[in-house]
Design a protein around this ligand. Structure first.
Ligand code: PMT
Length: 396
């Protein structure tokens, strides 16, 4: 749970995207955040406070004269208890009132009285968004230190198409997690390989493995949250890259090798997570192999270049991190790989833990020895590995 212990006030203002705030609340809570909802009167016309109360398990505040706070100071108490105020959706009216420091309802008063950071996710008709008044207000809020999330472009509830859609709840969740992540890799360029490679036998068949790409993609996300500029060289996987990550698709080990070597000179850190095929088919057929041509076709294998070892051998190359998936003797084999490839750090995982799946168990091996990490989601382990790398590279 990446937001464990974080106290977030979720402000909901009037707009059709208010219904998505219910999903956002669910996602924040699922990540361990303690969420208190405050709604404007306008928002209650779109979704009832009961929905948010049921999802948060807490009374929802809508009225600055609410008698439930013993000291009648909900606006002070709620914002003082928060690590973050997140307003989603943030209407044009809310942005205008906040930019001008108005305190004419509970949410506006709370925002004015806050001593914590604030993120806002604007949502409105494209003309309202483009209106110079809204743009002035947004610029003022950004200058005042408010973080503006989006808006996205696309089809709007009114049927028009353009900028003004609220970011999707999952995207806002990512922004919140990134917001709370210490920027241990600010200014660093991180190059990561992920997923399997596919070594063709003929145009439709090939040799590959069960790597899903999850561990590598989790690392790309964690490095980005930590402030790095991330480039991913990815074998064939079935999901999309984290937002903002430069993804380069490859298929074979040779393609991965070429893509990595073209970028390694620029990188500060290289993390080889991909399960790269050690061998490729030397005699891959140009046309589909036919069964009835007599005999079993011979498959001749030839060794692939060791990408990680080559990057590690570069003069003034990046800080290199490898992965080792083993079925036994994890420590001995992982440390042997680390030394053979001449890299400072390798993350060992057992095959049954690492391949596929959302969870993993990692042991980090470096010069100082073994650093076991508790079994956890790959997203959590990725954050811990990034912290370890930042520590070794002297940032923390
Ligand atoms: O993708 P997932 O389903 O999430 O699974 C994650 C994982 C199990 C694939 C990942 O955690 C992992 O362990 N990756 C490395 C797999 C492995 O055992 O690789 P290896 O022992 O063949 O290689 C060791 C290191 O050298 C790796 O960093 C690898 O990327 C690199 N290598 C290997 C061969 C090669 N030709 N070039 C390389 O760069």
């Amino acid at each position: 749970m990446e937001l464990q212990g974080k106290r977030i006030v979720l402000g909901v203002t009037g707009g059709i995207a208010a219904y998505k705030a219910a999903e956002l609340l669910r996602l924040l809570s699922k990540q361990g955040a303690d969420v208190q909802v405050a709604m404007t009167e306008g928002a209650t016309h779109f979704v009832t406070p009961t929905t948010f109360q049921a999802l948060s398990g807490k009374p929802v505040f809508t009225d600055q004269w609410d008698a439930r706070m013993p000291n009648a100071m909900a606006h002070i108490d709620l914002s003082r208890q928060a690590d973050l105020i997140l307003v989603a959706p943030a209407s044009a009216d809310f942005l205008a009132r906040t930019a001008h420091g108005l305190a004419d309802d509970l949410l506006a008063t709370m925002v004015l009285a806050r001593d914590c950071p604030m993120l806002v996710a604007p949502a409105m008709n494209r003309q309202m968004w483009e209106n110079p008044a809204t743009q002035r207000n947004v610029a003022q809020l950004a200058a005042d230190g408010v973080h503006i999330l989006g808006p996205a472009c696309g089809e709007q509830a009114c049927g028009e198409v353009g900028a003004g859609r609220m970011l999707e709840p999952e995207e806002i969740l990512e922004e919140v997690i990134a917001f709370f992540t210490p920027k241990l890799m600010a200014g660093k360029k991180v190059l990561i390989t992920a997923g399997p490679t596919f070594e063709a036998i003929d145009p439709v068949r090939g040799i590959t493995n069960l790597s899903s790409g999850r561990m590598g993609y989790a690392l790309a996300r964690a490095a980005q949250h930590a402030g790095a500029t991330v480039t991913l060289v990815s074998g064939p996987v079935s999901f999309s890259a984290p937002q903002g990550v430069d993804r380069n698709n490859v298929r074979s080990a040779l393609e991965m090798h070429a893509a990595v070597m073209a970028r390694a000179g620029e990188a500060d850190i290289f993390i080889g997570v991909a399960a790269v095929a050690d061998y490729r088919v030397a005699n891959a057929a140009e046309h589909k192999l036919k069964k009835d041509t007599g005999g079993i076709p011979p498959i001749e294998l030839v060794e692939n270049p060791d990408i990680l070892a080559e990057v590690a051998a570069l003069k003034d190359g990046p800080f290199c991190v490898g992965f080792a998936a083993e079925s036994q003797n994890l420590e001995a084999y992982a440390q042997a790989k680390r030394k053979k490839k001449n890299i400072p750090l390798i993350a060992g995982n057992l095959i049954q833990d690492g391949f596929g799946g959302d969870d993993n168990t990692l042991i980090l091996f470096d010069e100082a020895g073994a650093h076991p990490l508790k079994p956890a989601a790959k997203s959590v382990l990725a954050g811990q590995l990034i912290q370890h790398i930042a520590h070794l590279t002297g940032k923390n």
